[in-house]
Design a protein around this ligand. Structure first.
Ligand SMILES: Nc1nc2c(ncn2[C@@H]2O[C@H](COP(=O)(O)OP(=O)(O)OP(=O)(O)O)[C@@H](O)[C@H]2O)c(=O)[nH]1
Ligand SMILES: [Mg+2]
Length: 221
């Protein structure tokens, strides 16, 4: 496939100053997809439709005076905790971990999600998101300590009424960009070096095309 012949795919990559990948983790039905819809489309349709395999959303953000192409990866959380395919974590620059304030088990399971995340991505910025606060505003007085020890930022949000959604996503995009520019993980430093090297080579940036092709239709089990 000639990526250049698909205008939408072609443009973003080359217009953007930076390109980051942000993933979302959490049990089924905590509201991962609804949060993304709220942020990306400013829309919320209350029906229940579990994510099948993988949805990739492309978004262009402005951070400072830079254009940032953001790939949001959304996958199904599944009922019981199951391992995510490694390619889901591959080269992610930030992670949003979501639980449902009305279902304690989804909060308890954060520990599992976090453990798996850190096996693949030991250093990327991550946050904890308590969703569905519209259903019971009193929960915002409770404290949820998971992630405090690790210094993870915490947000009370609602995909249904939009509370804090834009703020949370904007913070995470910014942190993803910061991380990509100053990776604290050794492998990422190497990858960043390679990327810079590719750019310096000049016109023939074939790696970029491959990258688009891969993210265009990622294959997960
Ligand atoms: N009251 C309320 N309900 C919400 C909110 N966000 C999501 N929901 C509901 O929760 C259900 C699940 O939302 P989804 O976004 O599909 O959940 P998910 O985490 O993507 O689930 P999987 O794709 O199965 O992993 C839907 O019926 C939504 O309407 C919210 O902020 N408030
Ligand atoms: Mg979903």
């Amino acid at each position: 496939i000639d990526v250049g012949s698909i205008p939408e795919l072609d443009q973003k990559k080359y217009d953007a100053d930076e390109h980051v990948k942000i993933i979302c983790l959490g049990d089924s039905a905590v509201g991962k997809s609804k949060l993304m819809e709220r942020f990306l489309m400013d829309e919320y349709r209350p029906q229940q439709l579990s994510t099948y395999a993988l949805t990739l959303y492309k978004y262009t953000a402005t951070v400072g005076n830079k254009m940032v192409a953001v790939d949001f990866w959304d996958t199904a959380g599944q009922e019981r905790f199951q391992s995510m395919h490694p390619s889901y974590y591959h080269k992610a620059h930030a992670c949003i971990m979501v639980f449902d304030v009305q279902r304690k088990i989804t909060y308890k399971n954060l520990a599992n999600w976090y453990k798996e995340l850190r096996e693949y991505r030991p250093e990327i910025p991550c946050c904890v998101v308590a969703n569905k606060i519209d259903a019971d505003l009193k929960v915002t007085q409770r404290s949820f300590n998971f992630g405090k020890k690790q210094g993870l930022p915490f947000y009370f949000v609602s995909a249904a009424d939009g509370t804090n959604v834009v703020k949370m996503f904007r913070d995470m995009i910014k942190r993803a960009v910061d991380y990509k520019q100053n990776p604290s993980d050794f492998m990422d430093e190497v990858l960043q070096e390679l990327e810079n090297f590719d750019l310096e080579k000049g016109e023939d940036n074939s790696e970029a095309d491959e990258d688009e092709l891969k993210t265009d239709s990622p294959k997960l089990d």
